[in-house]
Design a protein around this ligand. Structure first.
Ligand SMILES: [Zn+2]
Length: 285
């Protein structure tokens, strides 16, 4: 993790200076004790650290590889977000983060080359004020459902969030062929990003036909958690269906007191201990 600190395009200079000056390495962060009190809103420094760690976790858990990305809404500017430049997630440091507006335009006058699918993130942040973090990836287990007419649905208890207030939790599918003027498979324009955000609607996850998925959350840890449990759910569903009998899917009856939703923006994730477990595994401590 050497060199994880550095400059961030468009970041407030004071916050950046304080962040660079912090002597504690990411891997050395103490695990906080959990309380029932609402946490303070995250600072720029915290979300930058979490975003770099999230890239390591998502790589280690095989959700992303050389491709795929996670972003976070700027904690001080609701109309901006941070996303790594065109570089494999596991190689990114704070110096590789780019600040964008909600049109997918870099704030800096001389930004590095960005990922072509930054419009996924821009359009979702624009359409969904509740979303604080977005993950897009091409995870093989989920791709199987993105090329099939078998619906991806929640089947086990760590996937109740997939219900998203619906009865069955069937994940919506984005069909890029239906977007006028589209060519190819990449969501590389604002028009395509907007169409994807419309398919997502108010749900926590959507498939992209023949491409992958997008999952959103009220924080970086929760978006990462959802991406990981989405992968587990897809593998379990496929294996259960391969057994040949009937598969007992989750329904809204199984959602519990939170209704399958997260605990809300700025609130602790439902199972916060997993973040620290994944982080320890990813950073090799
Ligand atoms: Zn993609």
């Amino acid at each position: 993790m050497a060199g994880v600190r550095g400059t961030i395009t468009g970041m407030a200079a004071a916050a950046l200076a304080a962040w660079i000056a912090m002597p504690v390495a990411i891997s050395g962060q103490a695990i906080p004790s959990q309380t029932t009190a609402s946490p303070a809103p995250p600072t720029v420094m915290q979300i930058v650290d979490d975003l770099i760690v999230a890239n390591q976790i998502l790589t280690h858990e095989a959700i992303v590889d050389g491709l795929g990305h996670i972003s976070v809404r700027h904690p001080e500017r609701q109309d901006r977000f941070l996303l790594g430049r065109d570089l494999a997630p596991s190689l990114q440091t704070g110096a590789d983060l780019v600040e964008y507006d909600l049109e997918g335009k870099a704030v800096s006058a001389t930004p590095p080359v960005g990922v072509s699918e930054r419009f996924i993130h821009a359009a979702i942040y624009k359409a969904r004020p509740d979303v604080m973090s977005v993950v897009h990836a091409h995870t093989p287990s989920i791709l199987a459902f993105a090329v099939s007419n078998i619906p991806l649905r929640p089947v086990y208890h760590m996937a109740t969030w997939m219900l998203g207030g619906t009865v069955s939790g069937t994940v919506p599918m984005f069909e890029i062929r239906k977007v006028p003027g589209s060519a190819g498979m990449l969501v590389s324009t604002n028009e395509l990003g907007t169409a994807l955000a419309q398919t997502l609607g108010d749900r926590p996850v959507a498939l992209l036909r023949g491409h992958g998925f997008v999952v959103v959350g009220p924080s970086i840890p929760e978006a990462v958690s959802r991406a990981i449990f989405l992968d587990v759910n897809a593998r379990v569903q496929a294996q259960a269906m391969a057994l040949g009998g009937s598969v007992n899917m989750l329904t809204s009856v199984d959602a519990g007191p939170l209704g399958g939703q997260s605990s809300g923006p700025g609130q602790p994730i439902v199972y916060p201990r997993s973040w620290w477990y994944w982080k320890e595994r990813a950073l090799g401590k």
